[in-house]
Write a protein that binds this ligand. Structure first.
Ligand code: NDP
Length: 260
């Protein structure tokens, strides 16, 4: 299916690893011009080498929790590409911790990360997306937004809030900008590589550890998803092929959410 993304300009926050990087690669291969950001300069350089987007890729250092840094990202994107048609709010990570171990600061940090990783980019790019005429925002979220897990209590509470926020955006920005959420289950990415390094038994390969974690969670499809599988769904919602879809949530989880 042609996603009709040729020459569209898409900003992917957190595009230097995992799902964001796979999304950037896919969008470039579909003919889009893509701006990615992340905080770490080395990861940005490595991403530029793997995406191989030539002058259709802009990589900029930016912490999305800084409104000024997002403004600078917006200025650089417009300077290079002259327009912005879509925004993928993907930057972030989960914070493990339960109600009793998380401090007040942990709560503040997590609520700030989850909310402002949407709020700052959406504020920063809203006017450009509206001007596009086919503006689209994809909010990368998690299945814990609807099916909380005890070891991710802080994250899950924040995720539920941003699922609600994305719905509000969809109502407020229609008919000019579509806004949809993607609820990811367990997707192999940088986060899971870091967890493997911390939690796996000595000598246990990443692949064996993922199989064990998938079995523990009783994922109906029996395995973790790949970053490329998540990217396929994100790209569809970014693209004009989902032109009548807004305020929706797409579950990409191998069936992990058990309720209707
Ligand atoms: P990765 O760790 O592989 O990638 C995270 C990306 O976000 C990196 O590019 C990282 O770069 C960037 N990033 C993190 N914080 C910031 C920040 N404040 N400003 C700018 N960039 C930032 O993780 P995933 O690919 O797994 O995660 C992508 C998104 O998907 C996250 O929001 C995550 O919470 C969500 N998700 C993932 C799931 C999974 O199973 N993988 C499940 C549910 C949700 P850098 O560190 O250099 O800034």
């Amino acid at each position: 299916m042609d996603l009709h993304l040729a020459d569209k300009v898409v900003v992917v926050t957190g595009g230097t690893s995992g799902i964001g990087l796979a999304t950037a690669k896919l969008l470039v291969s579909e003919g889009a011009r893509v701006a990615i950001c992340g905080r770490d300069a080395d990861r940005l350089s490595a991403a530029v080498a793997t995406v191989d987007g030539g002058d259709r890729l802009l990589a900029a250092q930016c912490d999305v929790l800084s409104a000024d840094a997002v403004k600078a990202l917006r200025d650089r994107t417009l300077e290079r590409f002259g327009q912005v048609d879509a925004l993928v709010c993907n930057a972030g990570e989960a914070r493990v911790g339960d109600f009793f171990t998380n401090t007040e600061q942990d709560w503040m940090d997590e609520l700030r990360l989850k909310f402002f990783s949407y709020i700052n980019p959406v504020r920063g790019f809203h006017d450009d997306l509206k001007r596009s005429g086919q503006g689209s925002i994809v909010c990368v979220n998690s299945t814990v937004s609807l099916q909380p897990e005890p070891h991710l209590m802080t994250s899950a509470a924040a995720r539920g809030g941003v699922l609600n926020l994305a719905k509000s955006f969809a109502g407020a920005f229609a008919p000019f900008i579509r806004v949809n959420s993607v609820q990811l289950g367990c997707i192999s990415s940088g986060q899971w590589h870091r967890r493997h390094a911390r939690q796996a038994a000595e000598g246990q390969s990443y692949e064996d550890w993922l199989k064990q974690e998938a079995a523990k969670r009783e994922i109906p499809l029996g395995r973790f998803g790949t970053a490329e599988e998540a990217a396929d769904c994100i790209a569809f919602l970014v693209s004009p092929r989902s032109s009548y879809v807004t305020g929706a949530r797409l579950e990409v989880s191998g069936g992990i959410i058990k309720h209707v």
